[in-house]
Structures are given as structure tokens and as C-alpha cells.
Write a protein that binds this ligand. Structure first.
Ligand SMILES: [Cu+2]
Length: 332
């Protein structure tokens, strides 16, 4: 589209075409509405202009007309909302099979951590045809992760995770912007999204010895002493963490919450915020002890206790095979 009509940025994700279609629809409908009103104003102004000898008449109005011109535009306009909501929910709901990538923003750079252990700064390499979920947090102020060619944008907040997902479709290099004013060098806080063919991506990913993120997390889990309380049997002072991810947790105060990424994060930084039913609030806080990167590794490890291994982006063409394997990592 943008090739023939260079009004739009590149379309390089599955979302881009949908967002543009809605945009064009809103533009057309608004244009038609505006034209109709404009024409009516002009025609009526001419038709009922002052003519010597013509006298104004009292008009009593028509309920039928009144209702008609309120209800019809309502149904036309509500289509904006419905179509918009459909796209919004799609953009907000990462597919279950998405590869996960952690993003840590700080003044003024983007730090990227792949599940495979590969790290980058101000660059994110992704393969085409693979759903990618970004799990993002900020070390300082609010930033916003914006990829115009993918038509996605999400604020990145200190103290919690926000997520974003996409499926890239066209290989190439696309702009990454920070879209939330974040200080002096805000305008320089950008980077590149490098979209590659799956086989090139696999080659890129293979280049270097690094430990998968959840393995780093597992080491931290042992070295920080988590493992002394969280054991795979019921002897520990803390709950067994196997299989808790994305499952409901009953809390001491009777509430039930889902153990998502933010819950695991909060459990580590602020353990007394939500006490698991049947346990004492003895877990120490790790606020200020673990960095955002270490926290990501710990979260990735806790998740890996419940999930088939993620980060299989490089294994295109042999998908389900490796992803379906049961996870048998043990908490020592
Ligand atoms: Cu920023």
C-alpha cells in the first residue's frame, strides 16, 4: 500500500494492514459526513437566502426526522468503536505460542534480553512469521516502546511489567522510537527493529555462547537463597513454585489472584503485598538487591517451572516438537 501511496509508514506486521484499514475507513466515513453537512449548509443557505418579498414561515419540526438523524449516525459511528475494540483486544492479547523477549528501558536506551540469553542494546532482531511478546519494564521514568511499521506502541513503566506483541511479516530494518518524553536525550532514545528471514535469524541467534535466561534465573534462585525456602517438596517455608505461573493463587485475605508476570515480580520485590494462603510473611524483600535484569531472569525461571520452554523462535519449521516437551526442571 505505502509503495503506491507513500502516505503511510511501511507495513511490516500482521497488525499494520488492519490498523491502516480502520484508519482509512474512519477517514472516509468522516469525510463523507463532513461533505454531507457542508453540502447541506451550502444548498440550504442558497435556497433560503433573503429574497425581497419572501416571508419566513414557522416550521414545527418533525420527530421522525429528529430521531432519524440522531440514530442513523449513531449506528455509523459505533462501527468505529466496534472495529477499534476488535483491533485493540487483538493487540492487547499476546498469542500463547509467542516467543518472549524482555525489554528494560532506561534513560536513554533500550536493553533487550532474548530467552536464549542473547542481549542487545537499541536493536531488536526478530524473525518473520513468529509471534513475539515483549515483557517490558523501566529502570527510571516512563518510556514508550513504539514501532511505527508494526503499528504498535506501549508505555514502559518503572516498577511493573507491561507487554506488547507482534508478528513481523517483511524483512528489513525499522525504526524504534521512545514515544514518551523522558528527559534531555528523549529524542535520541531510539533504535532499530531488524526483521530477518527465519533461517538468517537462526544463524544470528546461534552466534555466541550465552546462557538461556531461565538458567541465569536458576543460578540466581540458588545464590540468592530462594531455593532454601522454595523447594520442590512440601518441606519448604515458602510455597512450591512448580506450575504456579498463570494459575490462580488463593491469598491469606481470601482474594484470588492470577500468578502472572507482574504477580511474580511483586512477590519478589514486595512479598508482603500479597501473602499466599497458609504461609507466613517471612519472605524478605529483594528490592534493591536484584537489578531489573536479574529480576527478569528470576521471573523467566519461575515461569519455566510451569511452561514448555519458550524462546523457540530460531526453531522455525519444527515448531510443536520442542515446545511440546514437558518441562522437568526441578527446584532444588
Ligand atoms: Cu524514553
Amino acid at each position: 500500500m505505502s509503495k503506491y501511496l507513500p502516505l503511510w509508514p511501511d507495513q511490516a506486521s500482521t497488525m499494520a494492514g488492519q490498523v491502516d484499514a480502520l484508519f482509512i475507513y474512519v477517514l472516509l466515513v468522516s469525510g463523507i459526513m463532513t461533505a454531507l453537512i457542508f453540502i447541506a449548509v451550502t444548498v440550504l443557505a442558497i435556497k433560503y437566502r433573503r429574497v425581497p418579498g419572501r416571508k419566513a414561515q414557522q416550521i414545527e419540526g418533525s420527530t421522525f426526522l429528529e430521531i432519524g438523524w440522531s440514530v442513523l449516525p449513531f449506528f455509523v459511528m459505533i462501527t468505529f468503536f466496534i472495529w477499534g475494540a476488535i483491533i485493540y483486544f487483538q493487540e492487547r492479547t499476546p498469542p500463547a505460542d509467542a516467543t518472549e523477549v524482555y525489554v528494560v528501558a532506561k534513560q536513554w536506551m533500550w536493553k533487550i534480553e532474548h530467552m536464549e540469553g542473547q542481549r542487545e542494546i537499541n536493536e531488536l532482531h526478530v524473525p518473520t512469521g513468529q509471534n513475539v511478546k515483549l515483557i517490558m519494564t523501566s529502570q527510571d521514568v516512563i518510556h514508550s516502546f513504539f514501532i511505527p511499521a508494526f503499528r504498535i506502541k506501549q508505555d514502559v513503566l518503572p516498577g511493573r511489567y507491561t507487554t506488547l506483541w507482534f508478528k513481523a511479516t517483511v524483512p528489513g530494518r525499522y525504526h524504534l522510537f521512545c514515544a514518551e518524553y523522558c528527559g534531555t536525550m528523549h529524542s535520541g532514545m531510539g533504535g532499530d527493529i531488524v526483521v530477518m528471514e527465519p533461517q538468517d535469524y537462526a544463524k544470528w541467534m546461534a552466534g555466541g555462547p550465552f546462557a538461556p535466561l531461565q538458567d541465569t534465573g536458576k543460578e540466581l534462585f540458588a545464590s540468592l537463597g530462594c531455593a532454601t525456602c522454595h523447594r520442590s517438596d512440601i518441606q519448604g517455608r515458602g510455597p512450591n513454585l512448580q506450575g504456579i505461573y498463570n494459575k490462580p493463587v488463593l491469598l491469606e485475605d481470601g482474594r484470588t489472584v492470577v500468578a502472572d508476570e507482574n504477580y511474580v515480580r511483586e512477590s519478589i520485590l514486595n512479598p508482603t503485598a500479597k501473602i499466599v494462603s497458609g504461609y507466613k510473611p517471612v519472605m524478605p524483600t529483594f528490592q534493591g538487591i536484584v537489578s531489573d535484569e536479574q529480576l527478569n531472569a528470576l521471573v523467566a525461571y519461575v515461569k519455566s517451572l510451569s511452561q514448555p520452554p519458550v524462546g523457540t523462535a530460531g526453531l522455525q519449521g519444527q515448531p510443536a516438537a520442542s515446545a511440546a516437551q514437558p518441562q522437568n526442571t526441578q527446584v532444588q
